[in-house]
Write a protein that binds this ligand. Structure first.
Ligand code: BTN
Length: 325
């Protein structure tokens, strides 16, 4: 079966918005037989699409499975570049690794690598990131922003703001940010961000923005040791969510906020970030490689560093740490 015929039929069905499309018309457009179109419809049904066949009218799409397919993501995009070049894969070791390789092949700004599952998902500080098959969003965006190398680390915070806005837009849920890169819902981690840089001595080549979002897992899908700290959109809301809609909106919000950062600097992002933060105003312990500090988080600096006020009143800028309240 010619895959592109099937993709064409799927695009037509999705674009018809619940109206009937004529099998004969598609057959004529593609110069194939009606039987070839019928075979595509049967294959789509086997993949979980609910398609009604109405005599003399054609085919109507009633429901789609939650599959990562370009035809399901593109309709949600309002972007110029982000998400316009999609690399969609089934099982990979890590989308981050693939994005690094692709970035060196000079793929365009906004290329997005997404996988249904990862066997070696990576988190910050070389931690494992659990990436169950089909339950979450495991993706890495290749961004080529017009920023200096010194401005790159703040992209983690820009991404956090874009994720909060995406969740609000798609699900209505109000998530919060724990410095530097955890997105929390009701105090448990729902999303992690891993930002990595490819740069020449004086210029960014690419920033690989890895996002792992727990979407449709149930409690039993999580390993015992993380149920107290991790959660999913389904657990918190009681609903299943379409991953493709969230991916599309993530692209819209990320492009918007990266453009804002490029055009107006970090100040507008900083204000939004601080308003969504659970960290600011809290007494906390910051564990770093060489020392552990306790103090009150009073804000973030213009370059995204956490400002910790110690007991003696002095302020320390924290670049990277594990935070405990
Ligand atoms: C963290 O919170 O420590 C960051 C987690 C980042 C996980 C994502 S999933 C997609 C991408 N591929 C990876 O291997 N990691 C990131």
């Amino acid at each position: 079966m010619n895959m592109s015929t099937k993709d064409y039929v799927l695009n037509k069905l999705l674009g018809a918005n619940g109206k009937a499309i004529s099998g004969q018309d598609i057959a004529d457009e593609l110069e194939v037989s009606r039987t070839a179109i019928w075979k595509c419809v049967k294959e789509l049904e086997e993949e979980g699409y609910s398609i009604e066949s109405i005599r003399k009218k054609g085919y109507v799409l009633h429901d789609s499975p939650d599959v990562l397919h370009e035809a399901h993501i593109t309709p949600y995009l309002k972007t110029e570049q982000y998400g316009r070049n999609l690399i969609i894969l089934d099982e990979v070791e890590s989308t981050q690794k693939i994005a690094h390789d692709e970035a060196q092949q000079e793929v365009p700004n906004g290329t997005l690598v997404i996988a249904d599952s990862q066997t070696g998902g990576r988190g910050r500080l070389a931690r494992t990131w659990y990436s169950a098959h089909g339950k979450g969003i495991w993706m890495s965006l290749i961004a080529r922003p017009h920023l200096s190398i010194e401005q790159a680390p703040q992209l983690t915070l820009v991404t956090a703001v874009a994720i909060i806005q995406t969740l609000k837009e798609v699900t209505g849920l109000e998530a919060q940010i724990k410095w530097p890169n955890d997105i929390l819902l009701n105090g448990k981690k729902i999303t992690g961000i891993l930002t990595e840089l490819q740069a020449d001595p004086d210029r960014i080549q690419a920033v690989i923005i890895g996002i792992g979002m727990n979407v449709n897992q149930q409690i039993t899908d999580f390993e015992d040791e993380i149920t107290s700290i991790a959660t999913s959109l389904r657990i918190e809301s009681g609903n299943k969510w379409e991953r493709t809609e969230i991916i599309g909106e993530l692209m819209n919000q990320l492009e918007k906020y990266v453009h804002m950062y490029e055009a107006h600097g970090f100040s507008p992002i900083k204000m939004l970030w601080e308003s969504y933060s659970v960290t600011i105003g809290k007494q906390l312990t910051a564990r770093m490689v060489n020392e552990t500090l306790r103090g009150e988080a009073v804000g973030i600096s213009e370059n995204g560093l956490l400002q910790l006020k110690l007991r003696d009143g002095s302020i320390r800028s924290i670049y990277s740490a594990d935070i405990e309240f």
